[in-house]
Write a protein that binds this ligand. Structure first.
Ligand code: ADP
Length: 233
């Protein structure tokens, strides 16, 4: 690869990052929580601190929809309705994604697993490589709070960075602070679709929280060594 055109500051930053990451222990984390609970906001911070890759199934699916790949064409309608796409589909995406070099120190899963079968398939997939999940962080936010958070949310599609008209406005309305590119609102970030998304969360993802709590206790680990819950103020 020719690095002649890469600015020196960028190269130095990357070298510093790699040096810092050298001695970080491997970590495999899951962030659980309803839409708008803050998973996507916290992930980049955790990613930087622990030198992990950030795998958000929602972002990957939206990219597939935008690129009109066979996967995106399959997932589009389901996503717009606020329901969950098929387990095999998302497990396949994650299985491929964790192989990427930037995931070699571990990963943060954001928006996955969202059903008990997904959690079981993930455990199997990791066990084959002699790996396991180290931490599950649960973002516990009441439904009433989520409506305002989700309907005021604006996204920078390229990076997944999110803003909020009231709680975290960009410096210039409708524009990403870092790239100057336009922000967009997700098609499913409206009050009506949010109802279906929350229904799917309570019916299908709440059991995943219990899955990890039970599993931790079954493995004779102190519950808070793996599972941590955070409540919205
Ligand atoms: N693990 C998953 N299993 C099934 N469907 C998923 C999964 N992750 C994302 N999706 C689909 O993508 C949509 C958007 O997901 P995401 O960006 O994580 O949104 P949020 O957490 O804000 O609801 C979901 O409503 C669902 O249709």
């Amino acid at each position: 690869m020719d690095l002649t055109d890469v600015p020196v500051e960028q190269l130095m930053k990357e070298i510093e990052r790699r040096l810092e990451c050298q001695n970080k222990p491997e970590k495999r984390m899951i962030l659980l929580g309803p839409p708008g609970s803050g998973k996507g906001t916290q992930s980049p911070i955790i990613k930087k601190d622990h030198c992990l890759c950030h795998l958000a199934t929602g972002d990957m699916l939206r990219a597939a929809v935008a690129a009109k790949t066979p996967l995106g064409i399959k997932a589009k309608e389901t996503m717009e309705s606020g329901a969950l796409v098929g387990d095999d589909l998302v497990v396949g995406i994650i299985e491929e994604a964790v192989k990427k070099p930037e995931c070699k120190n571990g990963f943060i899963l954001d928006g996955f697993p969202r059903t008990v079968p997904q959690a079981q398939m993930l455990d199997k997939m990791l066990a084959k490589k002699g790996q396991a999940i180290d931490k599950v962080l649960n973002f516990d936010v009441p439904d009433e709070v989520l409506v305002e958070r989700v309907t005021g949310r604006w996204i920078h599609a390229g990076s997944g960075r999110s803003y909020h008209t009231k709680f975290a406005p960009p410096k210039v309305h409708g524009i990403d602070d870092l790239t100057g590119e336009p922000l967009m609102q997700r098609k499913d970030d409206n009050a009506e679709t949010l109802k279906s998304r929350l229904a799917a969360f309570h019916a299908q993802t709440t059991p995943v929280i219990n899955y990890y709590k039970d599993k931790t206790q079954h493995d004779f680990c102190p519950l808070d060594s793996v599972f941590r819950s955070f409540q919205a103020e």
